[in-house]
Design a protein around this ligand. Structure first.
Ligand code: F6P
Length: 330
């Protein structure tokens, strides 16, 4: 076989814009002389040999859809050497020598091991609504999810204002508070509770005890990954401690992961897909395509999975400087 073959899969949580990346890898791949194979249901489908050839027209009409046209999965078996060996055997069966993995941290941990254990060329494209990957300013799906949160919280503000209520709104983000913090800035929410910061509960107590009753409403955004409990537990605690307020809870949940991708998600995902194919043309073996200063960059996969990216304390302080609530100076 002379033509090189690329396999493409999506893994972990789906994210709006993944389809634009699949489309770009397929089209840029074919236009650069590769044959491209889609792998359904992430590493799980790969181990099962759920692999099919993608033609340019197969990826028509998918750029505007949320979710992933290839479907996705989280696979425990792929964490084992045997699972990864099985995946390698399947790729060999189809004579695929290069793999593009679109996913997050867990997916790249698997990709990095697979590249160490085999001679495959593996390129990662960051796809997760959490935006929590090192080496890139931006991950596919984050912009759409953030805008979904903004629309939802604006609606919650209307009803909160009408009833003079305090709302705790839980948003996604296990390891990092990008959605909560930037959602807070964009919605004019009063407080954000994020995994990067300490003493979050005290901050809320401090806010509620100085708030008074003149304010029409309060919105507190809670990232799901904070140490001090989830939004349900926190709001219950605050109801007991502050019976003077009408407290309500709203958990946005998986609605944050769905929906048609924003223009930004579609465009960045497209350029990341092109950059992934360029890296394979250059015979690169184990890189992630990142997005820094509105340009694609390449970062070693092993560095991406070792390092952590989160919201800085300085960023939080700046956000707090435009809230009605100013926590005491530290
Ligand atoms: O990593 C993306 C993410 O949406 C996280 O924000 C969230 O914690 C997790 O996935 C939810 O995963 P699942 O859909 O498997 O419950």
């Amino acid at each position: 076989m002379n033509t090189r073959r690329i396999g493409v899969l999506t893994s972990g949580g789906d994210a709006p814009g993944m389809n634009a990346a699949i489309r770009a890898v397929t089209r840029a791949g074919i236009n650069n002389g590769f044959e491209v194979f889609g792998i359904r249901r992430g590493y799980k489908g790969l181990m099962e040999g759920d692999i099919f050839q993608l033609r340019s027209e197969d990826v028509s009409g998918i750029i505007q859809s949320g979710g992933t046209f290839l479907q996705t999965a989280r696979s425990a078996e792929f964490r084992t050497v045997e699972g990864r060996q099985l995946a390698y055997e399947q790729l060999k069966r189809y004579e695929v020598d290069s793999l593009v993995v679109i996913g997050g941290d867990g997916s790249f941990t698997g990709a990095n091991l697979l590249s160490k254990e085999t001679n495959l060329n593996i390129i990662g494209i960051p796809g997760t609504i959490d935006n929590d990957l090192y080496g890139t300013d931006y991950t596919i799906g984050y912009d759409t999810a953030l805008n979904t949160v903004v629309q939802a919280v604006d609606k919650i503000r209307d009803t909160a204002n009408s009833h003079n209520r305090v709302f705790f709104v839980e948003v996604m983000g296990r390891e990092a508070g990008f959605i909560a913090m930037n959602g807070c800035i964009a919605c004019g929410a009063e407080v954000a509770m994020i995994p990067e910061e300490k003493n979050q509960l005290d901050k809320v107590r401090n806010y509620l005890s100085t708030r008074g009753d003149k304010k029409k409403s309060t919105i507190i955004l809670v990232a799901e990954g904070i140490d001090e409990g989830n939004a349900t537990e926190i709001s219950q605690k605050m109801e007991v401690e502050f019976p003077q307020f009408e407290i309500r809870l709203s958990i946005l949940g998986h609605m944050q992961r769905g929906g048609s991708p924003t223009a930004k998600d579609r465009i960045v995902a497209s350029f990341m897909g092109i950059a992934a194919v360029e890296a394979l043309l250059d015979n690169q073996r184990s890189l992630m395509v990142g997005w820094v200063n509105e340009q694609p960059v390449y970062v070693p996969l092993n560095k991406v999975i070792k390092m952590h990216k989160g919201i800085s304390h300085e960023y939080v302080k700046q956000a707090e400087s435009i809230s009605t609530f100013m926590p005491p100076v530290e």
